[in-house]
Design a protein around this ligand. Sequence first.
Ligand SMILES: [Fe+2]
Ligand SMILES: [Fe+2]
Length: 310
Amino acid sequence: MSLPTDFFKIRLNSIHPDEPVTFDVYIPLQSRMVHYLRAGDQLTAEKIASFERKFVTSVYVHNSQRQVYRDYVYDRMNSSSLPVAEKAVILRESSMAMLEELFESPEVGPSLKEAGNVINNFLSFMDQEPEAMGHLISLSGHDFYTYNHSLDVCIYSIGVAQAVGYEGAELKELGEGALLHDIGKRHVSVDIICKDGPLDDLEWAQMQKHPEFGLVILDEHEVSEAIKACCFEHHENFLGNGYPQQLDGPEIHPMARIVALTDTYDALTTKRSYNKPMAPKDALLFMKEKLSTRYDKDLLEAMQQALFRL
Ligand SMILES: [Fe+2]
Ligand SMILES: [Fe+2]
């Protein structure tokens, strides 16, 4: 069934078991939403296990309780009793639902607005917990869904940016740009995105339009020029033969250069149905030995520092 517009999806793993929830939880049943838990009830480990047996990973919350859910996640992230590894899971899972919405829901506006919140949560988690980045990277999903990919590219990009001195508002902007870089894939057919094999010429031409599709979406919303550049320029490269504009190295926006780098790294280390993922070290070596002319050299070094000193 298509996503109901009065509700937003949350991941079951973003709810801490055996603690009361602060919001009402719904599940879809025969194309309508059924009240499953009321605020104050607990989602026990047994209930979660029973969902898992049915391969259900998400439940729904009414739009009117979006802030309540945000506060719930925020409180978990700031709780002194939760171990950092569990916080990383909650943060990742709560963000993933926002990304699913970003790519699946008919209305892109509400989830676009949520992007800033997601980045704030990541940055404050990294500020508070020195090992946050390590835990987040270890959770990187290696299956190829655009939303997993977007989150991974976002986390890696923040790591690279920090290594070259980004901070504050600029770091947040870069994080948002990375999170939204592939938003144009909303307009590329799912059959092409999930194709089990290499793309033919027509499909490839369609796929290569996603930076332009993305720019059109972002132009309709209040988004900074740097964020738009992350989206529009992340397939440009330093050889001048990228797309869609064939920009030369120095013309590529500095933030888009970071996203271009981490985007490739994530693609190389991600499992697709028709290829094996490279191990992180091999992917980095491959990029340094075979692809280095395509990227900003300093950033390639920074990526090594950011991802491999952990
Ligand atoms: Fe892309
Ligand atoms: Fe991408």
